[in-house]
Design a protein around this ligand. Structure first.
Ligand code: GLU
Length: 476
């Protein structure tokens, strides 16, 4: 069996059963940042022991999401490495070897109890006011008896024998000293009835074999960690240093549920979020960085410190994510911004994208502005009201004038053709409403200049029709 890890080695060990959401991504990022910060190795292992729920396509998209996020790994299913294979589905021989060794040393035993027996035990314990846990019945069978019954094909699961009753303490890297009340655990199941090992055992054996020195994982793994510390004890090996990351919660405080699927990395990518934005956002979820601005990955690594990871639950806040995205978009060189815009489904005129650069967060916003500037988005209620209240002469004038020069020159021509019309300032919202169907957006001068005279004429004509239709609907 492998010896004590001397190098700093951290891993991300996702199960390819679903999309990688922000919670997993933060775990991956923190492990990566700590590995790099400490000059250690970061590796990726795919935990696909649950074959029915694992999907190789998910593995591919998961790895692609991690790379997109800027993480890279020295060892993993796609790059290989000296401690592989890095997919649990390819490691069953290793688990079988460990299991056999553990059986020989009576650390594990086959349990033949049926579901009915277990249910009866549990009911009895509850009736007596005891905490339900396995009674240890099959743990009293001799090894020979266990082997005989297995050889006869009797169905069994493997249980870990929780010997002794002493409390164990471990130093959690985030939460400080944690205690395990061993007597409460009961002999726990580590395999399925087909003999294949499950998460608890496979994950511990892999960490041991792969020399993993530090494990950062979600707080939801605390009780698994307690069991795995006993497994390491039973394997006569020191356990890795464990640190538990406080859970991410929704703004209301509720744990991230399925609906957080909307915040999977894949979704964010499709929505046009930039890796820099997502990385800066995630790196600060429960870990402070002194500098307020967008930090490059090297700075995130340098300034990372496990001691800085907080114990409070971190709140997922889409507005914060949007804030980082705005900074990341603003930081793009023009050519990179153009490339970003070019990825928009259906394409976009680069001058249009550049025009609204400061008014957008993601592709949805860019699409909205594309539709607004090409006259395909319905006007907002505010814009409708502005058009309905607009001076019909202005709309008429615009539909013929075309607005050569800037919007000020246009308004001057209009005011000399129609003396006594309202001051320019009051007309600005109408011009915006005419051009975009919205009262907000880029600076009016830039907006005006983006349109050709012919487009402006068309836009005024359309606004005139819309205002007329509106006043027929609601006569004054
Ligand atoms: N496959 C486990 C998960 O995705 C890994 C947990 C761990 O980091 O040990 O939750």
């Amino acid at each position: 069996m492998a010896g004590m890890p001397t190098d700093i080695r951290l891993r991300f060990a996702p199960s390819p059963t679903g999309a990688i959401h922000l919670g997993n991504a933060r775990t991956a990022l923190f492990n990566f940042l700590e590995a790099r910060h400490a000059g250690g190795t970061f590796l990726v292992r795919i935990e696909d022991t649950d074959r029915s729920r694992s999907d190789p396509r998910r593995e591919a998209s998961l790895l692609s999401d991690l790379r997109w996020l800027g993480l890279d790994w020295a060892e993993g299913p796609d790059v290989g490495g000296s401690r592989g294979p890095y997919r649990q589905s390819e490691r069953s021989g290793i688990y079988a070897r460990y299991l056999a060794a553990c059986f020989n040393r009576e650390r594990v035993y086959p349990c033949f109890c049926t579901m009915e027996t277990l249910a009866q035990d549990r009911a009895l314990q509850v009736a007596r006011g005891q905490a339900p846990r396995y009674t240890g019945r099959c743990g009293t069978l001799s090894r020979a008896e266990g082997e005989r019954r297995l050889a006869q094909g009797e169905r069994a699961v493997w249980r870990w024998r929780v010997a002794g009753s002493l409390t164990r303490t471990w130093q959690d890297l985030v939460f400080g000293p944690r205690h395990i009340n061993v007597a409460d655990l009961g002999d726990f199941v580590i395999s399925r009835t087909d003999g294949s090992v499950g998460f608890l055992f496979a994950n511990a054996v892999d960490d041991l074999e792969m020399g993993v020195s530090h494990v950062l994982r979600g707080e939801d793994h605390l009780s698994n960690t307690a069991r795995q510390i006993l497994i390491f004890e039973g394997l006569d090996s020191p356990a890795p240093h464990y640190g538990h990351l406080p859970l991410l919660v929704n703004p209301g405080g509720a744990p991230l549920a399925k609906r957080a699927g909307a915040l999977s990395i894949g979704d964010l990518r499709m929505r046009g979020f930039l890796p820099d934005a997502v990385r800066n956002y995630l790196a600060r979820l429960g870990h402070p960085y002194a500098a307020p601005g967008l930090l490059g990955i090297e700075t995130l690594i340098q300034e990372f410190g496990l001691g800085k990871v907080g114990r409070a639950r971190a709140v997922l806040d889409p507005e914060q994510l949007a804030h980082w995205q705005k900074l990341a978009l603003a930081a793009l060189a023009p050519v990179d911004f153009a490339a970003w815009g070019a990825e928009l489904p259906g394409g976009v005129d680069p001058t249009l994208a550049a025009l609204v650069r400061e008014n957008i967060v993601d592709y949805e916003d860019l699409m909205l502005w594309r539709d607004r500037l090409t006259g395909q988005a319905p006007a907002t209620p505010g814009a409708c009201a502005a058009l309905a209240a607009a001076n019909p002469a202005l709309l008429h004038f615009g539909a013929t004038d075309g607005g050569d020069g800037d919007h000020r020159a246009f308004l001057e021509r209009f005011r000399s053709a129609y003396p006594g019309s309202p001051p320019a300032r009051e007309v600005y919202p109408v011009l915006r409403a005419v051009l975009t169907g919205s009262l907000e957006g880029p600076e009016l001068a830039r907006l005006w200049a983006w349109f050709s005279p012919e487009m402006r004429r068309q836009r005024f004509a359309a606004a005139r029709r819309a205002a007329a239709a509106q006043s027929q609907k609601d006569p004054p």
